[in-house]
Design a protein around this ligand. Structure first.
Ligand code: TA6
Length: 270
């Protein structure tokens, strides 16, 4: 699985050709900021848990029942590396496109470019262009797995008063009161583009996540019962990550006329 490794004065990091998935990022002198599973190397044709999976052109199984892969085909496809620039901040770009509509679950001609800028902060951007003759809608999410020490002691600030879709309660709409804390499976799509701040008292740090082009922020942790069932999570891994995802999902899906472009991005910093 081809990997671009980054080692510059400001940080280290890595990104895979598979799914154009950022796997690691650590500012110089800091512990890794993105979670990677202890379960080891994934097969080359599967979705890899950890880092920043690129969910496109759908999010979750709802819109395309029976479609392969939970979050679209982009994360399980090999993208083409189209360039790398910069020294202090290393920017790598990958492309995935389809010029001819097909007959699968999302049959449109499009171009997607994923750009990752590795520096003292990490910025990942997904740019989607409609290259079809027809308008289309798509969902996208930058499914960021943040490394934390103990999910039971983590809180996410910045969403107080924001409404959210609770995917653990059949999509019930609720309102956040105070910080987001975790005591069970948590799977929420917040109607806010952030920024949000993940406070990790055991790890002794705060991770900021900001977005652009997003309709919402998804916050997820599977908790013990579901997390222990994932074959690609090691023992106790469920306690060591929280997902804070920049997304254009559910009612926030993007509608693109032919020739138009939309960019979704997320920036992670300490
Ligand atoms: O982003 C939250 C979520 O949609 C959860 O509902 C759960 O399905 C999770 O993503 C799965 O993440 P994965 O990396 O396994 O695709």
């Amino acid at each position: 699985m081809h990997t671009d490794s980054i080692d510059v004065s400001t940080c280290t990091g890595s990104i895979l050709e598979h799914g154009a998935q950022v796997m690691t990022w650590a500012p110089r002198g800091e512990a890794p900021v993105l979670f990677t599973s202890r379960a080891g190397e994934a097969a080359s044709n599967t979705a890899i848990r950890g880092g920043i999976p690129v969910c496109f052109p759908w999010f979750g199984p709802g819109r395309h029942p029976g479609a392969p892969f939970n979050h679209g085909f982009a994360r399980t496809t090999t993208w083409r590396r189209i360039g790398a620039t910069g020294d202090e901040v290393r920017t790598v770009a990958y492309r995935l496109d389809r010029k001819v509509a097909t007959d699968d679950y999302w049959p449109y001609a499009y171009e997607a470019v994923l750009t990752a800028s590795f520096g003292s902060r990490l910025t990942v951007a997904l740019q989607v262009t409609n290259q079809d003759e027809r308008a289309f809608s798509f969902e996208a999410a930058l499914h960021t797995y943040l490394a934390i020490e103990d999910i039971a002691q983590v809180r996410v600030e910045g969403l107080d008063g924001v409404s959210y879709v609770d995917k653990t309660a059949d999509g019930a709409v609720r309102h956040q009161e105070g910080p987001v804390t975790f005591s069970g499976e948590t799977d929420r799509v917040y109607a806010s583009a952030g920024p949000v701040f993940v406070v990790d008292p055991v790890g002794g740090r705060e991770i900021a996540v900001s977005t652009s082009g997003a309709s919402g922020v998804v916050v997820w942790n599977p908790w013990e019962e579901k997390g222990s069932r994932f074959a690609d999570l090691g023992p106790g891994d469920w306690q060591r990550f929280v997902c804070v995802e920049a997304g254009c999902v559910l009612d926030g899906a993007v509608h693109l006329e032919p020739g138009r472009t939309h960019t979704l991005s997320t920036t992670v910093s300490l």
